[in-house]
Design a protein around this ligand. Sequence first.
Ligand SMILES: Nc1ncnc2c1ncn2[C@@H]1O[C@H](COP(=O)(O)OP(=O)(O)OP(=O)(O)O)[C@@H](O)[C@H]1O
Ligand SMILES: [Mg+2]
Length: 246
Amino acid sequence: MNNLELQKINKHYSKKKHALCNFSFIFTNGIYGLLGPNGAGKSTLMNMITDNLLPDNDNGKILWNGEETKNLKEKFRSRLGFMPQQQNLYESMTAHTFLNYIASLKCLDKKQSEQEIPKIMERVELTESLDKKMGGFSGGMKQRVLIASALLGNPELIILDEPTAGLDPKQRVIIRNMVSDLGKDKIIIISTHIVSDIETIAKEILFIKEGHLIESGTIPELVEKVESGEKTLENLYMQYYGEVQK
Ligand SMILES: Nc1ncnc2c1ncn2[C@@H]1O[C@H](COP(=O)(O)OP(=O)(O)OP(=O)(O)O)[C@@H](O)[C@H]1O
Ligand SMILES: [Mg+2]
């Protein structure tokens, strides 16, 4: 069982901008939904976990199976699959070339990744587009190639920052099913502001607001906190943020 522990992590972008405040949580194997509206701090948190953004220089710690990730360095990064929120694809590359390129950046064994790439592309339902240039892909196809790139090397910690952004309902379902199939032997963290993306697949949900973890738990635990109306996660979202984004 893997364990990712955040101990009181903070991020100030400037003296005034405190984007993450004393954020503590323990993740174990399973799917976690990170819910919050624009600007809540989801990407900041994910970029810090994945070592793309330095935490404030204070007592905050990020531990992977008990060891600080900043000391584990490559040992941690090799176990990680990350899909950042905003990414540009190399439009003139084929999906195959792109995935090979990412595999080489991750220092994966060339032979192994050659075997892995077609399997991953099948998983994201893009087998027929493997050797096509990505410039001709729809938004949903591009998102799925990016998810595929995060799956290379069979990571034990998968972090997907708004993988369903901009997608139509059908594509969202494809991604939801795919994430749900990824296996229960990994830690998977998905950020979104769309409750339906994660409410059927997440083991636990974290609600983040203005950099604070305001609530977390399983869905049955969380819906009990709804103060008025039907006990649904969407109503809880509304209670915390005053709106529902669909
Ligand atoms: N590089 C930066 N410099 C200054 N402020 C930043 C920077 N990046 C993010 N912020 C601020 O930090 C806060 C959290 O931003 P973050 O991108 O983590 O939110 P988010 O939950 O991912 O939002 P979204 O749903 O829009 O992606 C916001 O107020 C944002 O304006
Ligand atoms: Mg974001």
